[in-house]
Ligand binder design. Structure first.
Ligand SMILES: O=C(CN1CCCCC1)Nc1ccc2c(c1)OCO2
Length: 329
């Protein structure tokens, strides 16, 4: 069957939380198309780390089974991480159900996870080759579910300051304008990766980024792009500065922000709304704002995170490794 769950943004669209039922216990988790581990806050964690969170209790689940000798350890691009033991249980996401899903029980989590009490773990939706479980790597929820889904797809419908949805096994065409533009994905690195070699700032000319590559990453808040794109973009924003103390580009909150169009696999130019690139104030007075578009390393892999998803409905096809995109309805 299919599955559909709400995707509720935290304050400031920092991340999106969706309800996941594990062994009959419903827990709000962060769906991350940039990683491939399903790990959860749980009663094995130190009490100080559990505080404020929903903690899965393997002892009260009648279907949980420990995976003897298995462990996981994951670290993310922002320096956060988690590690612990592994079991299997029945995982139900909005009706889409997997009976023997690897459920990773964190026994250690980094401070940013402890502090974010709205998020109680991650559901990794990248390719299973990135799963960190040892000695035997395990599959993602989507990989396990795909054979039972009417179509081998999940979709992300993330909104600015509004409730959206993740859907498994169905493409809801009422959620986007026109038709989806499909692009082949290169899964070699385990990401939903595609070429992105052109961009345009506002009504300006299309510019080239030879060899540009990007990933579609629902777990990353911002849009991390090549410095050439970031410089071209903020050269059009009065008062934009690279603010070392804050750790990225800031500009006056009153600035008029142009749209940014980025190439998706040579088939489609995805327009990211300028308003969504005004991410958040950095000062109490709300005078200076932090950009939703920030620079990665030159020539590095670009990370199209939630800033892009707020403008684009995205379908992830695991049957033929492709991504479909269209503006939200
Ligand atoms: O770490 C992440 C996403 N991560 C997903 C799991 C929760 C914590 C955040 N994204 C990321 C990826 C690359 C980066 C980066 C951040 O900062 C600099 O480079």
């Amino acid at each position: 069957g299919t599955g559909v769950v709400t995707a509720t943004p935290e304050q400031g669209d920092v991340e999106y939380l969706s309800p996941v039922t594990i062994g009959g216990q419903t827990i709000n988790m962060d769906f991350d198309s940039g990683s491939s581990d399903l790990w959860v806050f749980n009663t094995e964690l130190a009490a100080g780390s559990q505080a404020g969170h929903s903690n899965f209790n393997p002892e009260t689940s009648t279907t949980f089974q420990l995976l003897q000798g298995a462990s996981f350890e994951i670290s993310y691009g922002d320096g956060s991480g988690a590690a612990g033991n592994v079991g299997t249980d029945t995982v139900n996401i909005g009706g889409a159900t997997v009976t023997n899903q690897a459920v990773e029980l964190a026994t250690a989590v980094s401070s940013s996870f402890v502090q974010d009490t709205q998020s109680n773990g991650l559901v990794g939706l990248a390719f299973s080759k990135l799963n960190t479980i040892k000695p035997v790597q395990q599959k993602t929820f989507f990989d396990n579910a795909i054979a039972t889904l009417p179509i081998p797809v999940f979709t992300a419908d993330l909104r600015h300051a509004a409730v959206g949805a993740y859907e498994f096994g169905n493409i809801d065409s009422t959620k986007f304008n026109g038709s989806l533009s499909w692009t082949d994905v290169n899964a070699t690195s385990g990401f939903w990766q595609f070429s992105s070699q052109q961009f345009a700032v506002g009504t300006g000319p299309t510019m080239n980024l030879a060899g540009g590559q990007a990933i579609a990453d629902t777990g990353t808040t911002l849009m991390i792009a090549d410095p050439s794109i970031v410089n071209a973009y903020y050269s059009q924003v009065q008062g934009a500065v690279n603010n070392e103390t804050v750790g990225g580009v800031t500009f006056p909150c009153a600035a008029q922000l142009p749209d940014l169009a980025v190439d998706i696999g040579g088939n489609y130019m995805a327009t990211v709304r300028g308003d969504d690139i005004n991410f958040s104030p950095v000062d109490a007075a709300g005078t200076t704002c932090f950009g939703g578009l920030q620079a990665g390393t030159a020539g590095g892999l670009q990370i199209y995170g939630d800033i892009m998803f707020k403008s684009q409905f995205v379908a992830f096809n695991g049957g033929n490794n492709s991504i479909g995109m269209a503006p939200h309805q």
